[in-house]
Design a protein around this ligand. Structure first.
Ligand code: HOZ
Length: 436
Protein backbone atom coordinates (compact mmCIF):
# COMPACT_ATOMS: atom_id res chain seq x y z
CA UNK A 1 0.00 0.00 0.00
CA UNK A 2 2.83 2.34 0.84
CA UNK A 3 3.95 2.92 -2.74
CA UNK A 4 0.90 5.07 -3.43
CA UNK A 5 0.35 6.94 -0.18
CA UNK A 6 2.93 9.77 -0.21
CA UNK A 7 1.06 12.70 -1.77
CA UNK A 8 -2.22 11.30 -0.52
CA UNK A 9 -0.79 11.01 2.96
CA UNK A 10 0.64 14.55 2.87
CA UNK A 11 -2.70 15.96 1.73
CA UNK A 12 -4.51 13.93 4.38
CA UNK A 13 -2.27 15.41 7.09
CA UNK A 14 -2.93 18.94 5.80
CA UNK A 15 -6.63 18.22 5.59
CA UNK A 16 -6.82 16.78 9.11
CA UNK A 17 -5.36 19.98 10.52
CA UNK A 18 -8.37 21.99 9.29
CA UNK A 19 -11.19 19.69 8.26
CA UNK A 20 -12.64 17.31 10.89
CA UNK A 21 -11.24 13.85 10.12
CA UNK A 22 -9.64 15.34 6.99
CA UNK A 23 -12.83 14.88 4.97
CA UNK A 24 -16.08 16.64 4.14
CA UNK A 25 -18.15 13.46 4.44
CA UNK A 26 -17.19 10.74 6.95
CA UNK A 27 -17.04 7.60 4.80
CA UNK A 28 -14.31 9.19 2.66
CA UNK A 29 -11.90 9.02 5.61
CA UNK A 30 -11.39 5.25 5.18
CA UNK A 31 -12.03 4.77 8.91
CA UNK A 32 -13.92 1.52 8.33
CA UNK A 33 -11.17 -0.03 6.21
CA UNK A 34 -8.10 1.72 7.58
CA UNK A 35 -5.33 3.33 5.52
CA UNK A 36 -5.07 6.62 3.71
CA UNK A 37 -7.89 8.03 1.61
CA UNK A 38 -6.99 8.70 -1.98
CA UNK A 39 -7.11 12.38 -2.87
CA UNK A 40 -8.47 12.50 -6.38
CA UNK A 41 -6.98 14.90 -8.87
CA UNK A 42 -8.88 14.08 -12.04
CA UNK A 43 -11.22 11.63 -13.68
CA UNK A 44 -12.03 10.49 -17.19
CA UNK A 45 -14.46 7.84 -18.35
CA UNK A 46 -14.25 4.85 -16.01
CA UNK A 47 -11.05 6.03 -14.33
CA UNK A 48 -9.91 8.33 -11.56
CA UNK A 49 -6.35 9.35 -10.68
CA UNK A 50 -5.05 10.04 -7.19
CA UNK A 51 -2.52 12.62 -6.02
CA UNK A 52 0.34 10.18 -6.71
CA UNK A 53 -0.77 9.85 -10.30
CA UNK A 54 -2.04 6.30 -9.76
CA UNK A 55 -5.02 5.29 -11.91
CA UNK A 56 -8.00 3.39 -10.55
CA UNK A 57 -11.01 1.85 -12.27
CA UNK A 58 -13.79 3.69 -10.48
CA UNK A 59 -16.72 1.70 -9.10
CA UNK A 60 -17.87 4.47 -6.75
CA UNK A 61 -18.68 7.04 -9.42
CA UNK A 62 -19.05 9.81 -6.83
CA UNK A 63 -21.34 7.43 -4.86
CA UNK A 64 -23.69 7.02 -7.78
CA UNK A 65 -24.15 10.13 -9.92
CA UNK A 66 -21.56 9.38 -12.62
CA UNK A 67 -23.70 6.93 -14.60
CA UNK A 68 -22.11 8.02 -17.90
CA UNK A 69 -18.61 7.88 -16.48
CA UNK A 70 -16.51 10.99 -15.96
CA UNK A 71 -16.27 13.83 -18.47
CA UNK A 72 -18.90 12.63 -20.94
CA UNK A 73 -18.49 15.03 -23.91
CA UNK A 74 -22.19 15.96 -24.25
CA UNK A 75 -22.48 16.65 -20.52
CA UNK A 76 -19.26 18.60 -20.44
CA UNK A 77 -20.39 20.76 -23.32
CA UNK A 78 -23.77 21.48 -21.69
CA UNK A 79 -22.11 22.42 -18.40
CA UNK A 80 -19.50 24.66 -20.04
CA UNK A 81 -22.17 26.46 -22.05
CA UNK A 82 -24.38 26.93 -19.00
CA UNK A 83 -21.48 28.22 -16.90
CA UNK A 84 -20.76 30.92 -19.46
CA UNK A 85 -24.38 32.09 -19.19
CA UNK A 86 -24.19 32.37 -15.39
CA UNK A 87 -23.56 30.27 -12.31
CA UNK A 88 -26.61 31.13 -10.27
CA UNK A 89 -29.47 33.60 -10.54
CA UNK A 90 -31.74 32.84 -7.58
CA UNK A 91 -34.56 33.19 -10.07
CA UNK A 92 -36.52 30.74 -12.26
CA UNK A 93 -35.02 29.46 -15.52
CA UNK A 94 -36.27 27.57 -18.57
CA UNK A 95 -33.79 24.79 -17.89
CA UNK A 96 -35.37 23.89 -14.55
CA UNK A 97 -38.77 23.67 -16.26
CA UNK A 98 -37.25 21.35 -18.85
CA UNK A 99 -35.71 19.17 -16.14
CA UNK A 100 -39.02 19.01 -14.26
CA UNK A 101 -40.79 18.05 -17.50
CA UNK A 102 -38.22 15.34 -18.24
CA UNK A 103 -38.51 13.78 -14.78
CA UNK A 104 -42.31 13.91 -14.74
CA UNK A 105 -42.34 12.25 -18.17
CA UNK A 106 -40.06 9.43 -17.01
CA UNK A 107 -41.49 8.69 -13.56
CA UNK A 108 -45.29 8.25 -13.68
CA UNK A 109 -45.84 8.67 -9.91
CA UNK A 110 -44.30 12.15 -10.04
CA UNK A 111 -46.93 14.68 -11.07
CA UNK A 112 -45.12 17.69 -9.66
CA UNK A 113 -41.56 18.12 -8.52
CA UNK A 114 -39.35 20.53 -6.62
CA UNK A 115 -35.62 20.76 -7.24
CA UNK A 116 -33.18 21.14 -4.35
CA UNK A 117 -29.42 20.72 -3.94
CA UNK A 118 -28.80 17.52 -1.97
CA UNK A 119 -30.43 14.21 -1.15
CA UNK A 120 -30.52 15.15 2.53
CA UNK A 121 -32.46 18.31 1.71
CA UNK A 122 -34.85 16.39 -0.54
CA UNK A 123 -35.52 13.68 2.07
CA UNK A 124 -35.97 16.19 4.87
CA UNK A 125 -38.39 18.25 2.76
CA UNK A 126 -40.40 15.17 1.72
CA UNK A 127 -40.85 14.24 5.39
CA UNK A 128 -41.96 17.78 6.24
CA UNK A 129 -44.42 17.69 3.37
CA UNK A 130 -45.75 14.28 4.47
CA UNK A 131 -46.28 15.62 7.98
CA UNK A 132 -47.80 18.87 6.76
CA UNK A 133 -50.15 17.15 4.32
CA UNK A 134 -51.38 14.49 6.76
CA UNK A 135 -51.34 16.61 9.89
CA UNK A 136 -49.56 13.71 11.64
CA UNK A 137 -46.16 13.57 13.34
CA UNK A 138 -44.97 9.98 13.36
CA UNK A 139 -42.79 8.48 10.66
CA UNK A 140 -41.66 4.91 10.05
CA UNK A 141 -38.20 4.17 8.70
CA UNK A 142 -36.22 0.96 8.43
CA UNK A 143 -33.07 -0.17 10.16
CA UNK A 144 -30.11 0.27 7.78
CA UNK A 145 -31.92 2.56 5.33
CA UNK A 146 -30.28 5.97 5.05
CA UNK A 147 -32.20 9.05 4.02
CA UNK A 148 -29.65 11.78 4.60
CA UNK A 149 -28.65 13.44 7.84
CA UNK A 150 -31.78 15.36 8.82
CA UNK A 151 -32.34 15.18 12.60
CA UNK A 152 -35.50 13.07 12.58
CA UNK A 153 -33.86 10.46 10.34
CA UNK A 154 -30.70 9.83 12.37
CA UNK A 155 -32.44 7.29 14.52
CA UNK A 156 -32.01 3.73 15.67
CA UNK A 157 -34.73 1.47 16.95
CA UNK A 158 -36.20 1.90 20.40
CA UNK A 159 -36.71 -1.07 22.71
CA UNK A 160 -39.92 -2.23 21.09
CA UNK A 161 -42.75 -1.28 18.79
CA UNK A 162 -44.37 0.82 21.45
CA UNK A 163 -41.22 2.93 21.86
CA UNK A 164 -39.94 5.24 19.20
CA UNK A 165 -36.30 5.76 18.27
CA UNK A 166 -33.06 6.94 19.83
CA UNK A 167 -30.79 9.43 18.07
CA UNK A 168 -27.69 7.97 16.40
CA UNK A 169 -25.91 11.32 16.45
CA UNK A 170 -25.05 13.70 19.24
CA UNK A 171 -26.87 16.98 18.82
CA UNK A 172 -30.22 15.44 17.98
CA UNK A 173 -32.63 16.06 20.86
CA UNK A 174 -34.72 13.08 22.05
CA UNK A 175 -37.85 15.17 21.46
CA UNK A 176 -37.01 15.29 17.73
CA UNK A 177 -36.63 11.54 17.28
CA UNK A 178 -39.50 10.55 19.54
CA UNK A 179 -41.72 10.52 16.46
CA UNK A 180 -39.54 8.17 14.41
CA UNK A 181 -40.29 4.46 14.61
CA UNK A 182 -37.47 2.24 13.28
CA UNK A 183 -38.46 -1.21 12.04
CA UNK A 184 -36.59 -4.13 10.50
CA UNK A 185 -36.38 -4.01 6.69
CA UNK A 186 -38.32 -6.75 4.90
CA UNK A 187 -40.26 -7.70 8.05
CA UNK A 188 -43.92 -7.67 6.99
CA UNK A 189 -45.27 -8.87 10.35
CA UNK A 190 -43.49 -6.10 12.24
CA UNK A 191 -44.77 -3.46 9.84
CA UNK A 192 -48.33 -4.77 10.26
CA UNK A 193 -47.96 -4.69 14.03
CA UNK A 194 -46.61 -1.14 13.95
CA UNK A 195 -49.57 0.04 11.89
CA UNK A 196 -51.99 -1.81 14.18
CA UNK A 197 -50.51 0.08 17.13
CA UNK A 198 -49.79 3.50 15.63
CA UNK A 199 -51.53 3.60 12.23
CA UNK A 200 -53.63 6.70 12.91
CA UNK A 201 -50.58 8.75 13.90
CA UNK A 202 -48.26 7.78 11.03
CA UNK A 203 -47.57 10.51 8.46
CA UNK A 204 -45.41 8.33 6.23
CA UNK A 205 -43.30 5.28 5.72
CA UNK A 206 -39.99 6.15 4.09
CA UNK A 207 -37.80 3.47 2.52
CA UNK A 208 -35.02 2.80 0.08
CA UNK A 209 -36.45 0.31 -2.45
CA UNK A 210 -32.98 -1.17 -2.80
CA UNK A 211 -31.08 -0.24 0.32
CA UNK A 212 -27.74 1.04 -0.96
CA UNK A 213 -26.59 1.91 2.50
CA UNK A 214 -26.70 -1.73 3.54
CA UNK A 215 -24.49 -2.39 0.52
CA UNK A 216 -27.29 -3.77 -1.68
CA UNK A 217 -30.44 -5.20 -0.09
CA UNK A 218 -33.72 -5.26 -1.98
CA UNK A 219 -37.10 -4.70 -0.44
CA UNK A 220 -38.94 -7.94 -1.17
CA UNK A 221 -42.00 -7.60 -3.39
CA UNK A 222 -44.39 -8.78 -0.61
CA UNK A 223 -42.83 -6.23 1.75
CA UNK A 224 -43.21 -3.38 -0.74
CA UNK A 225 -46.76 -4.46 -1.59
CA UNK A 226 -47.77 -4.60 2.09
CA UNK A 227 -46.13 -1.24 2.81
CA UNK A 228 -48.21 0.28 0.00
CA UNK A 229 -51.42 -1.38 1.25
CA UNK A 230 -50.90 -0.40 4.88
CA UNK A 231 -50.12 3.20 4.02
CA UNK A 232 -53.26 3.46 1.90
CA UNK A 233 -55.42 1.77 4.55
CA UNK A 234 -54.19 4.01 7.35
CA UNK A 235 -54.02 7.30 5.45
CA UNK A 236 -50.22 7.42 5.64
CA UNK A 237 -47.97 8.30 2.69
CA UNK A 238 -45.46 5.97 1.10
CA UNK A 239 -42.22 7.85 0.44
CA UNK A 240 -39.71 6.00 -1.74
CA UNK A 241 -36.16 7.25 -1.42
CA UNK A 242 -34.64 6.81 -4.88
CA UNK A 243 -31.63 9.05 -4.31
CA UNK A 244 -29.42 6.07 -5.18
CA UNK A 245 -31.73 4.00 -7.36
CA UNK A 246 -33.45 6.76 -9.34
CA UNK A 247 -32.30 6.65 -13.00
CA UNK A 248 -29.57 4.27 -11.83
CA UNK A 249 -31.30 0.90 -11.78
CA UNK A 250 -33.82 1.70 -14.55
CA UNK A 251 -35.04 4.76 -16.42
CA UNK A 252 -38.18 4.89 -14.23
CA UNK A 253 -36.22 4.12 -11.05
CA UNK A 254 -36.68 1.10 -8.78
CA UNK A 255 -40.39 1.92 -8.52
CA UNK A 256 -40.80 1.02 -12.20
CA UNK A 257 -39.46 -2.45 -11.39
CA UNK A 258 -41.89 -2.89 -8.46
CA UNK A 259 -44.72 -1.63 -10.69
CA UNK A 260 -44.10 -4.63 -12.96
CA UNK A 261 -44.66 -6.95 -10.00
CA UNK A 262 -47.33 -5.04 -8.08
CA UNK A 263 -50.14 -3.88 -10.37
CA UNK A 264 -50.75 -0.13 -10.07
CA UNK A 265 -47.85 0.34 -7.65
CA UNK A 266 -46.96 3.99 -7.06
CA UNK A 267 -45.39 5.79 -4.13
CA UNK A 268 -47.05 9.01 -2.96
CA UNK A 269 -43.74 10.86 -2.86
CA UNK A 270 -40.33 10.10 -4.33
CA UNK A 271 -36.96 11.45 -3.26
CA UNK A 272 -34.34 11.80 -6.01
CA UNK A 273 -30.69 12.87 -6.20
CA UNK A 274 -27.34 11.72 -7.56
CA UNK A 275 -27.95 10.73 -11.24
CA UNK A 276 -30.46 13.55 -11.86
CA UNK A 277 -27.62 16.01 -11.28
CA UNK A 278 -25.07 14.03 -13.29
CA UNK A 279 -22.42 14.88 -10.67
CA UNK A 280 -23.53 18.42 -9.85
CA UNK A 281 -25.33 19.29 -6.57
CA UNK A 282 -28.91 18.60 -7.55
CA UNK A 283 -31.69 16.59 -5.95
CA UNK A 284 -35.47 16.66 -5.96
CA UNK A 285 -38.64 15.43 -4.35
CA UNK A 286 -41.92 14.98 -6.14
CA UNK A 287 -45.12 13.02 -6.29
CA UNK A 288 -48.88 13.42 -6.17
CA UNK A 289 -50.06 16.82 -7.32
CA UNK A 290 -52.43 17.29 -4.36
CA UNK A 291 -49.51 16.76 -1.99
CA UNK A 292 -47.00 18.88 -3.85
CA UNK A 293 -49.51 21.73 -3.95
CA UNK A 294 -49.18 21.89 -0.16
CA UNK A 295 -45.71 23.42 -0.65
CA UNK A 296 -45.03 27.15 -0.34
CA UNK A 297 -45.89 29.40 -2.09
CA UNK A 298 -49.08 27.46 -2.92
CA UNK A 299 -49.57 25.83 0.45
CA UNK A 300 -48.55 25.98 4.11
CA UNK A 301 -45.46 23.69 4.01
CA UNK A 302 -42.35 25.86 3.80
CA UNK A 303 -39.33 24.88 1.75
CA UNK A 304 -36.77 27.03 -0.12
CA UNK A 305 -33.16 27.28 -1.31
CA UNK A 306 -30.86 29.85 -2.91
CA UNK A 307 -29.15 27.28 -5.13
CA UNK A 308 -32.28 25.20 -5.83
CA UNK A 309 -32.66 24.52 -9.56
CA UNK A 310 -29.18 25.90 -10.15
CA UNK A 311 -28.68 26.65 -13.87
CA UNK A 312 -25.36 24.82 -14.24
CA UNK A 313 -26.56 21.80 -12.26
CA UNK A 314 -29.79 21.58 -14.25
CA UNK A 315 -27.81 21.73 -17.52
CA UNK A 316 -25.70 18.83 -16.27
CA UNK A 317 -28.80 16.89 -15.20
CA UNK A 318 -30.62 17.49 -18.47
CA UNK A 319 -27.66 16.41 -20.59
CA UNK A 320 -27.27 13.28 -18.43
CA UNK A 321 -30.97 12.41 -18.71
CA UNK A 322 -30.80 12.85 -22.50
CA UNK A 323 -27.97 10.30 -22.73
CA UNK A 324 -29.50 7.72 -20.41
CA UNK A 325 -32.87 7.98 -22.21
CA UNK A 326 -31.33 6.62 -25.41
CA UNK A 327 -32.69 3.20 -26.44
CA UNK A 328 -30.75 0.25 -25.05
CA UNK A 329 -28.83 2.30 -22.49
CA UNK A 330 -29.93 0.30 -19.44
CA UNK A 331 -29.69 -3.08 -21.18
CA UNK A 332 -26.06 -2.41 -21.93
CA UNK A 333 -25.36 -1.02 -18.46
CA UNK A 334 -27.03 -3.99 -16.76
CA UNK A 335 -25.14 -6.44 -18.99
CA UNK A 336 -21.82 -4.83 -18.09
CA UNK A 337 -22.70 -4.88 -14.38
CA UNK A 338 -23.71 -8.55 -14.53
CA UNK A 339 -20.50 -9.35 -16.39
CA UNK A 340 -18.68 -7.95 -13.36
CA UNK A 341 -20.81 -9.63 -10.69
CA UNK A 342 -20.71 -13.03 -12.38
CA UNK A 343 -16.95 -12.71 -12.85
CA UNK A 344 -16.51 -11.87 -9.18
CA UNK A 345 -18.75 -14.78 -8.17
CA UNK A 346 -16.71 -17.22 -10.25
CA UNK A 347 -13.47 -15.82 -8.83
CA UNK A 348 -14.75 -16.23 -5.25
CA UNK A 349 -15.95 -19.75 -5.94
CA UNK A 350 -12.55 -20.69 -7.38
CA UNK A 351 -10.90 -19.26 -4.27
CA UNK A 352 -13.34 -21.04 -1.93
CA UNK A 353 -14.54 -17.77 -0.39
CA UNK A 354 -18.14 -17.24 0.75
CA UNK A 355 -19.44 -14.57 -1.59
CA UNK A 356 -22.76 -13.38 -2.91
CA UNK A 357 -23.72 -10.46 -5.06
CA UNK A 358 -26.75 -8.75 -6.53
CA UNK A 359 -27.24 -5.98 -9.05
CA UNK A 360 -29.84 -3.94 -10.88
CA UNK A 361 -28.99 -1.72 -13.82
CA UNK A 362 -25.70 -0.01 -12.95
CA UNK A 363 -25.84 -0.58 -9.17
CA UNK A 364 -24.39 -3.63 -7.43
CA UNK A 365 -23.34 -4.95 -4.08
CA UNK A 366 -21.31 -7.88 -2.80
CA UNK A 367 -21.04 -9.62 0.54
CA UNK A 368 -18.57 -12.08 2.00
CA UNK A 369 -21.56 -14.13 3.12
CA UNK A 370 -23.01 -17.42 1.84
CA UNK A 371 -26.42 -15.90 0.98
CA UNK A 372 -27.83 -12.47 0.24
CA UNK A 373 -28.94 -10.66 3.40
CA UNK A 374 -32.49 -9.39 3.80
CA UNK A 375 -31.88 -6.90 6.57
CA UNK A 376 -29.27 -4.91 8.44
CA UNK A 377 -28.45 -7.38 11.26
CA UNK A 378 -27.52 -9.97 8.61
CA UNK A 379 -25.33 -7.44 6.77
CA UNK A 380 -23.59 -6.82 10.09
CA UNK A 381 -22.68 -10.52 10.12
CA UNK A 382 -20.06 -9.86 7.40
CA UNK A 383 -16.46 -10.43 8.48
CA UNK A 384 -15.21 -6.84 8.44
CA UNK A 385 -11.51 -7.74 8.59
CA UNK A 386 -11.79 -9.94 5.48
CA UNK A 387 -13.79 -7.30 3.67
CA UNK A 388 -11.04 -4.79 4.43
CA UNK A 389 -8.38 -7.12 3.04
CA UNK A 390 -10.43 -7.49 -0.12
CA UNK A 391 -10.92 -3.73 -0.37
CA UNK A 392 -7.22 -2.92 0.07
CA UNK A 393 -6.12 -5.73 -2.26
CA UNK A 394 -8.36 -4.32 -4.97
CA UNK A 395 -7.25 -0.77 -4.25
CA UNK A 396 -3.60 -1.74 -4.57
CA UNK A 397 -4.47 -3.38 -7.89
CA UNK A 398 -6.05 -0.12 -9.10
CA UNK A 399 -9.69 -0.96 -8.45
CA UNK A 400 -11.61 1.65 -6.44
CA UNK A 401 -14.62 0.20 -4.60
CA UNK A 402 -16.57 1.57 -1.63
CA UNK A 403 -14.37 1.86 1.48
CA UNK A 404 -17.05 0.40 3.76
CA UNK A 405 -18.99 -2.81 3.59
CA UNK A 406 -22.29 -0.96 4.00
CA UNK A 407 -22.06 0.88 0.70
CA UNK A 408 -23.23 -0.08 -2.78
CA UNK A 409 -20.96 0.19 -5.82
CA UNK A 410 -21.68 1.43 -9.32
CA UNK A 411 -20.80 0.63 -12.92
CA UNK A 412 -21.00 3.36 -15.55
CA UNK A 413 -21.60 3.35 -19.28
CA UNK A 414 -17.90 4.17 -19.70
CA UNK A 415 -16.77 0.84 -18.20
CA UNK A 416 -15.73 -1.45 -21.04
CA UNK A 417 -15.69 -5.21 -21.20
CA UNK A 418 -11.90 -4.98 -20.85
CA UNK A 419 -12.16 -2.83 -17.71
CA UNK A 420 -14.45 -5.36 -16.12
CA UNK A 421 -12.27 -8.30 -17.18
CA UNK A 422 -9.23 -6.58 -15.65
CA UNK A 423 -11.16 -6.00 -12.41
CA UNK A 424 -12.20 -9.65 -12.26
CA UNK A 425 -8.60 -10.73 -12.87
CA UNK A 426 -7.45 -8.50 -10.00
CA UNK A 427 -10.20 -9.85 -7.75
CA UNK A 428 -9.16 -13.44 -8.56
CA UNK A 429 -5.72 -12.72 -7.12
CA UNK A 430 -7.00 -10.94 -4.03
CA UNK A 431 -9.73 -13.47 -3.25
CA UNK A 432 -7.12 -16.27 -3.33
CA UNK A 433 -5.30 -14.52 -0.48
CA UNK A 434 -8.45 -14.36 1.66
CA UNK A 435 -8.44 -18.08 2.35
CA UNK A 436 -4.84 -18.00 3.57
N1 HOZ B 1 -23.80 9.38 1.58
C1 HOZ B 1 -22.78 8.68 0.85
C2 HOZ B 1 -22.70 7.28 1.28
N2 HOZ B 1 -23.88 6.54 1.03
C3 HOZ B 1 -21.43 9.30 1.02
C4 HOZ B 1 -21.28 10.51 0.23
C5 HOZ B 1 -19.87 11.01 0.12
O1 HOZ B 1 -19.06 10.82 1.00
O2 HOZ B 1 -19.58 11.62 -0.90
Amino acid sequence: MTHSTDRNQALFERAKALIPGGVNSPVRAFRAVGGTPRFITRAQGAYIWDANGKRYTDYIGSWGPMILGHGHPAVLEAVQKAAVDGFSFGAPTEREVELAEAIVRLVPSIEMIRLVSSGTEAGMSAIRLARGATGRSKIIKFNGCYHGHADSLLVKAGSGLATFGHATSAGVPPEVVQHTLVLEYNDVAQLEEAFALHGKEVACVIMEPIAGNMNFVRASTPFMRRARELCTQHGALLVIDEVMTGFRVALGGAQSIYAQQIPGFKPDLTVLGKVIGGGMPLAAFGGRRDLMEQLAPLGPVYQAGTLSGNPVATACGLATLAEISKPGFYDQLATRTRQLTSGLTAAARAAGVDFCTDSEGGMFGFFLLPALPQNYPTVLGTDGARFNRLFHGLLDAGVYTAPALYEACFVSAAHTEEDVAATVAAAEQVLQTLTK
